[in-house]
Ligand binder design. Structure first.
Ligand SMILES: *Cc1c(COP(=O)(O)O)cnc(C)c1O
Length: 197
């Protein structure tokens, strides 16, 4: 809801302090993974700081029209779900035991089209748009804020009309907007104008 990025190093430290004998840390980076990979001074969340698995969604920053994603884990854990398939003589390490070819194809196409520099550009534009939204809302007297390296802007829940018109996601007395690639500064201006009415 608030686009926060958990401090994986701190979580690991706490587990250490508690002398936890077993632990498994999954980094749900569905949205944030594709942002952090291209942001300046990104918060660490990967295997290097102690995550045991990481996942990203393909229908957010990557913009795939199909639900899908990538889940990465250490080989030892991947082998826990592996079972050999005698008929085809391979080790199946998928969770579902079956997969469609179209999902990896659309992801691969997105990366080939954009390349890493393209994604870096898109992600940084989203971060700028999010910052623009915070500034515009703040200028209008609305106490909006966002976490660093986050495209999610949090602000007090506006009227039901504004929530409905812009399909905002409210939760209790707050709402958020997420600066995805199609969100422009002009859109933000229109949202802010409606919020201030
Ligand atoms: C969007 C999101 C999900 C779900 O991703 P899907 O691609 O819809 O399955 C899970 N976790 C977080 C943090 C998300 O932002």
């Amino acid at each position: 809801m608030k686009g926060a990025i958990d401090d994986v190093c701190r979580v690991r430290d706490i587990l250490g302090d508690l002398a936890a004998t077993t632990s498994y840390l999954h980094a749900d980076a569905a949205l944030g993974g594709m942002v952090l990979s291209f942001a300046d001074r990104p918060e660490p969340y990967g295997f290097d700081v102690g995550s045991d698995s990481v996942s990203i969604s393909d229908r957010k920053m990557i913009g795939s029209p199909l639900p899908g994603g990538v889940a990465l884990t250490r080989r030892e854990y991947a082998l826990c779900v592996a079972h050999s398939i005698e008929r085809v003589g391979v080790l199946d390490t998928t969770l579902t035991g079956s997969r469609k070819a179209l999902t990896p194809l659309t992801m691969s196409y997105a990366f080939e089209q954009r390349e890493l520099d393209g994604f870096r550009h898109v992600v940084n534009r989203c971060l700028e748009t999010a910052e623009y939204a915070v500034t515009r809302l703040n200028d209008g007297g609305i106490p909006a804020w966002r976490n660093r390296s986050s495209v999610t802007v949090v602000f007090p829940r506006p009227s039901a009309d504004v929530v409905r018109k812009w399909q905002l996601a409210p939760h209790g007395d707050i709402a958020h907007l997420i600066a995805m690639p199609h969100v422009t500064c002009e859109t933000i201006d229109a949202v802010v104008e409606d919020c201030l009415e």
